[in-house]
Design a protein around this ligand. Structure first.
Ligand SMILES: Cc1cc2nc3c(=O)[nH]c(=O)nc-3n(C[C@H](O)[C@H](O)[C@H](O)COP(=O)(O)OP(=O)(O)OC[C@H]3O[C@@H](n4cnc5c(N)ncnc54)[C@H](O)[C@@H]3O)c2cc1C
Length: 439
């Protein structure tokens, strides 16, 4: 059995490895010059940055976590999460509802009052099913937490009206705050939220791409880079996959590339499927990497809901993940900015973006002065976040049904078109491989 795996990101190399371990013949076809996709990293001038935004290794899924940790072997650093929300010049411990004691008194009152009102409404059965993500936020956390943090932060990262986003994805991903934690937070007793992430790991050397490289090692000679798939056809019992120069025959095809890249590769796609595919919404990502002389605060990453401080929604400090990702006497900062085609930020030059981030960081007091910056680089990832708009479930069903009717399997974040983290990509590959008999 020969398998063609479209795309050499985390999902592609993981499924290739697992099928190879079962004795199958695999060919991974990756358009870029290297594997990794969103999990690529770049090392320059002694700094290593993740190109698709800051990544850490954590999971509730013990099997997926053991796999990620296992492939790294000795090349792994373990750190305790120290994450904050930057709010009115203060560092509020994250998750926000666990750090309420750090708020100004009026805001603390608004958050607790709103939370209790939401709780009472819930207990009395007065809460209708939420019609949108915004309603879900307000019903679950109350108006105070919504207005201070969750609404402005989510508006900043999604750049999409929260009234027009669905709620089907939030349960589990944004946990409901336990009442006890909120009461403790209000009176100043520290608690740990999102406990499964409280300790995380990260490759000591090579950034997050080191993990993808370690997964890919046993299948290295079956990976083709620089192969941009532009056609997938069926002929007889086989698939013919091509990049316009060379055709590869396979018995089965697994696609891990975005649906927006796959659909144009297929012949005779009905108009309604093409329309459903173009209606699927997503955000792209700008990552601004800065190497600096000196130190950074002992923070893992920081959420920045305030719009006036800058376009970035999150700032991370990779040199706090591993000592080996910045040269001696230096530290690193990675700012993430989401965007869609046509947004003003999409047309900013690299220089403008770096200046924008540096001036925001100086205003926040994170950088003492622009002169401390010794390295900068801007990366762009076209596919970063799936946006769950109100039409998502209808559109994704149409597209998936069509692709699956052609016998093509879909794995991965933008092939499934779901908000999947690395552990979920690995879990899906494990579950898929489990069902495939050994060759
Ligand atoms: C800002 C950000 C932070 C994140 N942080 C974390 C984190 O801390 N922890 C965590 O667990 N997860 C995190 N994630 C999620 C993680 O990045 C993804 O789950 C994972 O990288 C998805 O891998 P994938 O292989 O499914 O998709 P991708 O990485 O998108 O891979 C798809 C591959 O297909 C290739 N391709 C596309 N078109 C073609 C074509 N026509 N022919 C051939 N190849 C093609 C692409 O080049 C790419 O290599 C984060 C994501 C983002 C955006």
């Amino acid at each position: 059995m020969k398998w063609a795996v479209l795309g050499g990101g985390l999902s592609g190399v993981t499924i290739a490895r697992l099928l190879h371990e079962k004795g199958h013949d695999v060919a991974v076809l990756e358009q870029e010059g290297e594997i990794g996709g969103l999990c690529r990293s770049r090392s320059e001038q002694g700094f290593t940055f993740d190109r698709g935004g800051s990544h850490i290794i954590f999971s509730r899924d013990k099997g997926a976590l053991a796999f990620m940790q296992g492939v790294l072997g000795e090349n792994r650093t373990v750190r305790e999460r120290n994450t904050v929300v930057f709010y009115k010049g203060r560092e509020v411990p994250y998750p926000f509802e666990n750090g309420l004691y750090a708020l100004p008194k009026e805001d603390l009152y608004a958050c607790i009052h709103g939370f209790i009102q939401a709780l009472i409404a819930h207990e009395k059965g007065m809460v209708p099913p939420p019609a949108s993500f915004r309603e879900w936020i307000e019903q679950t956390f109350g108006r105070g937490i919504a207005d201070c943090y969750l609404v402005p932060y989510n508006e900043k990262i999604w750049k999409y009206p929260l009234d027009l986003m669905s709620t089907h994805w939030v349960e589990g991903r944004i946990p409901r705050p336990p009442v006890e934690d909120v009461i403790r937070a209000a009176i100043g007793i520290p608690t740990v939220g999102y406990a499964h992430q409280a300790v995380f790991s990260y490759p000591t050397e090579g950034g997050i791409q080191a993990m993808v490289r370690a997964i890919a090692a046993p299948v290295g000679k079956h990976i083709r880079t620089g192969y941009a798939v532009n056609s997938v056809k069926r002929k007889g019992g086989q698939y013919l996959v091509s990049d316009g120069k060379e055709t590869i025959r396979a018995d089965r095809v697994i696609s891990t590339i975005p649906l927006q890249a796959l659909i144009p590769c297929l012949p005779d796609v009905p108009v309604q499927v093409q329309e459903a595919c173009t209606s699927l919404k997503y955000n792209s990502l700008l990552s601004v990497s800065l190497g600096i002389r000196g130190t950074v605060p002992p923070i893992s990453w920081m959420y920045v809901p305030e719009k006036d401080l800058g376009q970035f929604n999150r700032i991370s400090f990779p040199s706090n993940y591993s000592d080996a990702v910045a040269p001696e006497g230096h530290a690193s900062i990675l700012a993430e900015i989401t965007y869609r085609e046509g947004d003003p930020v999409a047309s900013m030059t690299d220089r403008e973006l770096v200046d924008h981030v540096v001036s925001g960081l100086c205003r926040m007091g994170i950088l003492p002065s622009p002169d401390t910056v010794v390295y900068s680089r801007v990366e762009r990832e076209p596919y970063a976040y799936v946006i769950y708009d109100l039409d998502y479930l209808r559109n994704i069903r149409v597209v998936r049904d069509h692709v699956e009717a052609r016998g093509i399997d879909l794995l991965g974040r933008f092939a499934r078109f779901e908000y999947l983290n690395m552990d979920a990509c690995i879990r899906a590959a494990m579950d898929f491989a489990e069902k495939v008999p050994c060759a």
